[in-house]
Design a protein around this ligand. Structure first.
Ligand code: 9Z3
Length: 321
């Protein structure tokens, strides 16, 4: 077997981004999860979700954040599981989570009541769910318990950009053993800028020193070693987010040309819930939710996942054929 290539990004990652202490342990977990599910005939998708945090001080008081609620990643995880995939969910701590995301806006205390719920005797009794606040909780709970029972969801958390980068590398290496059965669905909003560990002040930056000027380095393009070196047989999807719709498709095409992966899901911040374009080297598919879809609570992630699971099927047949 050929020796894996060592890219310059590996060196940079080791030197400038603090390595999380649990990375090897997590890698083994991901590896065992992938092997188990691949042997059972399942495909495995690694979903990244939520925004990365870039600390300005090593004992961090302040940080830069990337916008993402985590909804895209969390809802996609559910649709991948419905399509028979096992899911590694690499997500920002406290961002939206599969299944519980549906209740994220609800105050837990508003959703509970004492049995009877009608005055004097009620406060001493048993606490039950208020079905008016959570009308579909039973359905979601059933599905959630099936997922837990089937062990098809492996959640892994990150907060900082360093954790994200090291854990993504570990995931790519862990999934490389299952070849084309692995999909990477990189929906997390990842910072393009960071302060190297060697240049970061230890203590809280003092305002008494006057206005703050920051100089940030460019984050290495992790997609490049992921596609070329770490998981070269996998089916890889990146996301492209812009606020200016006029440059979106050009940027998506450029990403495909540069990294040579399989697809880019292109979206504009304001319209991301109802419109995306799935761009591949040969095709361009617009996925649009109509008003009717919205009324029926159809989510665009269902369409994205349908599109990509079919493309993954074809990719696997081509590799085998
Ligand atoms: C996305 O474009 C995701 O679709 C969103 C989802 C973050 C917009 P929400 O979590 O939003 O449902 O609130 N993710 C990729 C964002 C990103 O940072 N992309 C980089 C870029 O566009 C390349 S990896 O340059």
């Amino acid at each position: 077997m050929a020796e894996p290539r060592i890219s310059s990004i590996d060196g940079k990652l080791a030197e400038e981004f603090a390595v999380p202490s649990h990375v090897e342990e997590v890698k083994e977990k991901m590896s065992a999860f992938a092997t188990h599910h691949a042997e059972a005939g399942r495909r495995v998708v690694l979903i990244t979700s939520g925004g990365t945090k870039v600390p300005l001080e090593s004992r961090t008081v302040r940080f830069l954040d990337n916008f993402s609620s985590g909804r895209r990643g969390a809802s996609s995880a559910e649709y991948f599981i419905d399509s028979g995939y096992a899911v590694i969910f690499l997500h920002r701590h406290r961002s939206l989570y599969p299944y519980t995301r549906m209740f994220s806006t609800i105050n837990m205390l508003d959703a509970l009541q004492f049995r009877g719920g009608d005055g004097e005797s009620s406060t001493a009794g048993e606490v039950v769910i208020n079905q008016q606040v959570l009308p579909n909780i039973g359905k979601v709970l059933t599905r959630y318990q099936e997922v837990i029972e089937g062990q098809v969801l492996l959640p892994i958390e990150f907060s900082t950009l360093s954790e994200y980068l090291h854990l993504l590398k570990a995931a790519a290496q862990a999934l490389s053993t299952i070849g084309s059965k692995a999909m990477f669905y990189l929906a997390a909003a990842v910072s393009d800028f960071y302060i190297p560990a060697s240049e970061m002040p230890e203590h809280k930056i003092q305002s008494s020193n006057g206005p703050l000027q920051l100089s940030l380095n460019m984050v290495p393009k992790i997609l490049s070693p992921l596609v070329k070196d770490w998981a070269p047989q996998a089916f890889v999807i990146s996301f492209k987010l812009e606020t200016d719709a006029t440059i979106l498709l050009d940027k998506a095409r450029r990403a495909l040309d540069t990294y040579r992966h399989q697809a880019v899901v292109a979206n504009v911040l304001d319209s991301r819930r109802g419109y995306v374009v799935v761009v591949t080297p040969e095709t361009q598919a617009e996925l649009i939710l109509t008003e009717e879809d919205a009324k029926n609570e159809v989510e665009i992630e269902e369409r994205i996942v349908n599109n990509l699971t079919s493309a993954h099927n074809q990719f696997i047949s081509q590799q085998l054929g």
